[in-house]
Design a protein around this ligand. Structure first.
Ligand SMILES: *Cc1c(COP(=O)(O)O)cnc(C)c1O
Length: 736
């Protein structure tokens, strides 16, 4: 990324400065000084740091890989020092996909950590390591989605380190996490600790991400089974165990590494069990070992009150399935009776007294709660009126260095207006001054063409591969085009291309625009205007309605193609991941989002397209309520009235298919006309530039990190505090 002329560089010295070690391991990417600095800040007695807890954290290296980029830039392929040589080869050729995430929540968490690292904020993250990750997706045109376990080896993934015991490289660093049965008999679950380093672009800071790996010989089989797959929902029992492994693992992991963070950030409620340990700690301090006998309900409330002072909670969804509720009797089989007593006091479920409600628990035990967009804040306040006072909004962002395509990065590098954009995405606000700059407009159009060509080429190669596969295996490829003569079956570049990719879930209504195919195709047929629709996304393997949506999208391909005489081509890319997302958001001409308002709390893929200058066409839900500027950045369609608890229904009959699709067809006519009408095409370039000018400075994780900082109460050095205050000035998510 940082281009330097290799003639003046001492490569051995550079590599030497990329090695560091401490009591738990030896690492590659940052210098000893940086490692020591980060570690000192995380272990200092004042606790002036944050522990960030998330069920999933995504950071695939094929989307962002600063260490590999540095090696490639310097043209380094090895070293005479055997240890360094091994690291270099691993980083150049090792695994890059880390299938430890399900979707938006994980990608957001990863992007957040990357921005903390860029901004040099002392944060450590904790999540679980899933030996089989999230499932892998294959799609067959007759069956729809086929899911199977991902195979993944952390041992072969560069920048993930198995930590060893302090000063003893021969033995792995482990923690024990107690589980209990209904007679309070303890069983120990044992986890190995891994560390993944989120190293920043300049390789001068990092955020350690600690992964708890319960798949150990010492753990009982039922623990090991539950540690295999992210969001294994095969039983309520497995869900309970997974949540507990995370929440109850945090404090032991922090203790094992000497981490002292005072502030704990819960990214969703999954890890909320961490507060139970903190409450126990306080009661134990007060009463000693027989605290279970002596603590009164008042003591428990008081301890909870104290613990809450250090907790920051982010809630991510108004959708019921996203809130954890567990049957009390079942939960009791895994926890001590005293935990049960605490939960009885703090985790009440209003709707069903036989349940514990962990979203309510997380809502109650924190200093501040934030929703992930302005609209989501309103909805959350209505869902939890008793906590309305402390609910604010911090609108999500995306990590701009991860999501801006190479072609767009080159474009931004060529503009003095955007100087220093890698360090400071606020500079994109100068974009508006480029609206009339002919050179910039031409360069932008050509960057867009490059990104579109890359995506279309990828799709055409995929279709060809599927065609071969069809001849050689029992798999029926997902795309109707694979069945056609190869000349007809290719997508053409520079054809209006609409992209849609996200988790398949009923409220996201992936099939909305295909509600009335004749309406959709009116202008396509009348004007002979071709159009490509490129779709991708996974449905959770247990989500039957979500999987049915994928099948519906596959099934509509032939009808679209035939009714438009081959002008409308709909392609589904299986195996959606960060690399595919990155290619899609930059390579399409419009990014579509069609959820039922207000169920999409934020949505982030549209921000990725905005950073690349690609306009969104979206329901006024989530972030788009803030990113839409009277048509300057894209299009809106569909239901827009005020939201209330009744509008949260996910019943098919109440998903407003007829109304919202009709609204889309009107907008689509305008989009396709603007794209193909030579006099009007300039409006596309206007929208591209205004996305960069209005949305890029705001919807990035640097600004978001700056807003989170204002909730953390960290004590930062003057210059850093100033820099973060400036980033925060770009936006006030919570404006009244
Ligand atoms: C960005 C991203 C998401 C989240 O997209 P939404 O628009 O928030 O649904 C999910 N999966 C992947 C792989 C992503 O890159």
């Amino acid at each position: 990324m940082v281009k330097q002329s290799s003639a003046y560089i001492d490569k051995d010295q550079i590599l030497h400065d990329m090695i560091s070690s401490n009591r738990w391991g030896t690492y590659f990417g940052v210098s000893q000084k940086v490692l020591d600095q980060v570690w000192d800040s995380l272990t200092a007695p004042e606790g002036n740091s944050v522990t960030y807890i998330s069920m999933e954290i995504a950071a695939d290296r094929d989307a962002f890989h600063p260490i590999k980029s540095r090696l490639l830039d310097l043209d380094i392929s090895g070293s005479t020092n055997p240890l360094i040589d091994q690291f270099v080869k691993d980083f150049l050729h090792g695994l890059e996909k880390i299938p430890n995430y399900g979707g938006g929540l994980g990608v957001l968490a990863g992007d957040t950590l990357k921005s903390f690292a860029d901004c040099r904020i002392p944060v450590v993250a904790v999540s679980l390591l899933y030996r089989h990750g999230y499932f892998s997706q294959m799609v067959d045109s007759r069956i729809g989605q086929i899911s199977w376990s991902s195979e993944w080896e952390p041992e072969k993934t560069p920048s993930i380190y198995a930590l060893h015991q302090a000063d003893d490289p021969q033995s792995e660093l482990r923690i024990e996490v107690p589980f209990y049965d209904e007679h309070d008999r303890a069983t120990s679950a044992c986890a190995r600790l891994w560390m993944k380093m989120e190293v920043n672009n300049q390789l001068n800071y990092f955020v350690p991400h600690i992964l708890l790996d319960f798949h150990t010989e010492e753990s009982p089989q039922w623990i090991r089974d539950a540690a295999k797959n992210l969001y294994d929902s095969s039983s309520e029992k497995t869900k309970i165990i997974q949540r507990r492994m995370l929440g109850a693992g945090v404090i032991p992991a922090m203790k094992a590494l000497g981490i002292t963070s005072r502030t704990i950030h819960l990214n969703e409620q999954h890890g909320v069990a961490v507060i139970l340990d903190q409450i126990l700690d306080r009661l134990q301090q007060k009463y000693g070992e027989d605290y279970t006998q002596r603590a009164t309900d008042q003591d428990i409330f008081a301890a909870a009150e104290e613990v809450a002072q250090n907790i920051v909670f982010t809630i991510h969804t108004p959708v019921k399935a996203g809130h954890d509720r567990f049957d009390k009797n079942l939960y009791r089989k895994f926890i001590h009776s005293f935990y049960h007593r605490i939960l009885d006091l703090l985790a009440e479920d209003r709707d069903n007294h036989n349940n514990f409600n962990f979203t309510s628990l997380a809502m109650r035990i924190n200093r501040t709660t934030n929703a992930v967009s302005r609209l989501h804040k309103e909805v959350t306040k209505k869902q939890f009126p008793e906590f309305a006072e402390k609910i604010s909004a911090i609108t999500n962002g995306v990590h701009h260095l991860t999501w801006i395509s190479d072609a767009k990065a080159e474009l931004f590098d060529s503009c003095s207006e955007f100087e220093n954009w890698r360090q400071d995405p606020s500079v994109f606000k100068h974009g508006a001054s480029l609206l009339d700059n002919k050179r910039f407009r031409a360069f932008l159009e050509s960057a867009w063409k490059k990104d579109n060509f890359k995506l279309i080429t990828y799709v055409n190669e995929m279709l060809a591969t599927h065609r071969t596969m069809m001849q050689e295996t029992w798999i029926d490829p997902p795309n109707y085009l694979s069945n056609l003569d190869i000349r007809d079956a290719r997508l053409q570049p520079d054809t209006l291309t609409i992209g849609f990719a996200r988790r398949f879930s009923t409220y996201k209504r992936a099939d909305l625009i295909f509600e009335d195919i004749e309406e959709l195709l009116k202008l396509v047929i009348a004007n002979n205007w071709p159009v490509n629709f490129i779709f991708a996304g996974k449905a959770h393997p247990a989500d039957e309605p979500g999987k049915a949506l994928i099948k519906m999208v596959i099934d509509v391909q032939e009808e679209l193609y035939r009714k438009s005489n081959g002008l409308a081509k709909l392609v589904f890319i299986p195996g959606y991941d960060m690399a595919i997302a990155k290619m899609m958001v930059a390579g399409v001409h419009c990014w579509l989002n069609s959820p039922k308002r207000p169920l999409e709390a934020s949505g982030t893929s549209g921000m990725k397209s905005a950073l690349n200058g690609v306009p969104n066409v979206s329901i006024m839900d989530g972030w788009w309520g803030e990113g839409y500027h009277e048509g300057a950045t894209g299009w809106k369609f569909g239901y827009e009235d005020p939201v209330n608890l009744d509008t949260l229904s996910e019943n098919r009959a109440e998903l407003l298919y007829a109304e919202d699709s009709a609204s889309f067809y009107g907008i689509f006519a305008e989009i396709i006309d603007n794209f193909y009408n030579p006099e009007k095409f300039c409006t596309f370039i206007d929208k591209a530039i205004m996305n960069i000018a209005l949305n890029s400075p705001r919807f990035n994780t640097h600004r978001m990190a700056a807003e989170y900082l204002s909730r953390y109460n960290l004590d930062l050095a003057g210059p850093l505090a100033n820099k973060m205050a400036k980033l925060k000035d770009n936006y006030d998510s919570d404006h009244k």
